[in-house]
Design a protein around this ligand. Structure first.
Ligand code: SF4
Length: 139
């Protein structure tokens, strides 16, 4: 059974999550308990591994996984596709954004196409890959 996270890690993760809702143009889940469970899991990983490893996956070797970038929150799927399978960063209805996912991704199969309510925000991974697509040039 996982230990309760420290107050310091919980506070740090709440701060990060609140900032990232704003930055990515996503919203908290309407059921606050969904968010609380995920934030707690992230804080436990900060205590255990020193990194906010996604708490919604199974890892054969957590320590090895925490050395990679893929599942450190905000994970690569979030940064590329604006998709959070933990439901931490969702639309106003509590659904994960799926419109940018590859069609064969399980998120598409589970939720169908869920449009991005704020396409001008988030997906910073695509902006790194395509530096010419800068949103500030459109206004
Ligand atoms: S799926 Fe990604 S963005 Fe969502 S909580 Fe896990 S690591 Fe964070």
């Amino acid at each position: 059974m996982a230990k309760e996270p420290t107050e310091a890690s919980l506070k740090k993760m709440w701060k990060y999550v609140e900032h990232y809702w704003e930055k990515s143009g996503t919203f908290p889940h309407p059921d606050k308990s969904v968010t609380e469970v995920v934030v707690k899991g992230l804080a436990q990983h900060v205590d255990e591994l020193g990194k906010p490893l996604c708490p919604c996956n199974f890892y054969a070797d957590k320590k090895a996984e925490a050395q990679k970038r893929e599942w450190i929150c905000a994970c690569e799927e979030m940064k590329l596709y604006k998709y959070c399978h933990c439901l931490l960063f969702v639309n106003q209805d509590g659904l994960p954004i799926t419109e940018y996912l590859p069609e064969d991704h399980e998120g598409r199969q589970i939720y169908g196409v869920v449009k991005d309510p704020t396409p001008d925000k988030g997906r910073e991974g695509t902006k790194v890959t395509h530096p010419n697509r800068h949103p500030s040039t459109s206004s």
